[in-house]
Design a protein around this ligand. Structure first.
Ligand code: Y43
Ligand code: MG
Length: 218
């Protein structure tokens, strides 16, 4: 049985400011108070999983246990087909200790170049997000979302975070780095549920339908 969130407050179990902002925007129509792992001074658990889902669960369970509140974690990344799915779950780690995503994006481009992958159709990629909502009693709700597109070079746009400037989703002419966060989310709520554009928004819409109930729209 899936569980509905009845608590008025949850922890957003991330130390990534860009992600935190997006998750807060997505949560806004549900009237849930969101406090971040950073604000609570929670430690950053080691991401020892081998899948996005495992790592999301590690982060959500650690935050729920430490805080005594339900916790929502996101583990995500970009998987480039011609690079056999790299950087994948290592997307954050490619930024290095300095979290230098200019360098990480350049590494993706250089690796594609080195393999002779110069045409857009050879540069297919997907952003993937696994969400885990964990309660202190051990119950978890899990979901994944993905969006396909191509890697572009040079980077375009200075919005968003991480790899946004080199990812252009299918059926769009602009990169996530060129989109407002509303466009990147692309959230549409209807009686049938929610749809989204970004990997995170798609996963969130599905999780919301299962655990958060009806959005209160302006
Ligand atoms: O929408 C996105 N737009 C651009 N880049 C993105 C996105 N979503 C994930 N990414 C990349 C960058 C991020 O650093 C990494 C996630 O790694 P991931 O371990 O899940 O997050 P993180 O270490 O940055 O923060 P935390 O673990 O505290 O949530 O993938
Ligand atoms: Mg991380």
């Amino acid at each position: 049985m899936s569980r509905r969130l009845t608590e008025p407050k949850l922890v957003v179990a991330t130390h990534n400011a860009g992600k935190l902002r997006e998750i807060r925007e997505l949560l806004a129509p549900f009237g849930v108070e969101a406090v971040s792992a950073g604000e609570l001074g929670l430690p950053e658990p080691e991401e020892t999983g081998t899948t996005f889902a495992e790592n999301a669960r590690i982060k959500a369970e650690a935050a729920a246990t430490a805080s005594g509140l339900p916790a929502l974690a996101d583990d995500s990344g970009i998987a480039v087909m011609a690079l056999w799915g790299a950087p994948g779950i290592f997307s954050a780690r490619w930024g290095g200790p300095q979290k230098d995503f200019g360098a990480a994006m350049a590494r993706v481009a250089a690796d594609l170049e080195a393999r002779g992958k110069t045409e857009p159709q050879q540069r297919r990629a997907a952003f993937v997000a696994a969400l885990c909502l964990a309660w202190p009693d051990g119950h978890v709700e899990e979901i994944e979302g993905a969006v396909e597109g191509i890697v572009v070079w040079p980077p375009r746009g200075d919005r968003g975070f991480g790899y946004d400037p080199i990812f252009q989703p299918d059926d769009h002419q602009r990169t996530f780095g060129e989109m407002s966060s509303e466009e990147k989310h692309g959230i549409r709520w209807s009686a049938e549920g929610g749809t989204g554009l970004s990997h995170r928004a798609r996963a969130f819409a599905a999780l919301a339908g299962r655990c958060l109930g009806e959005p209160v729209l302006p």
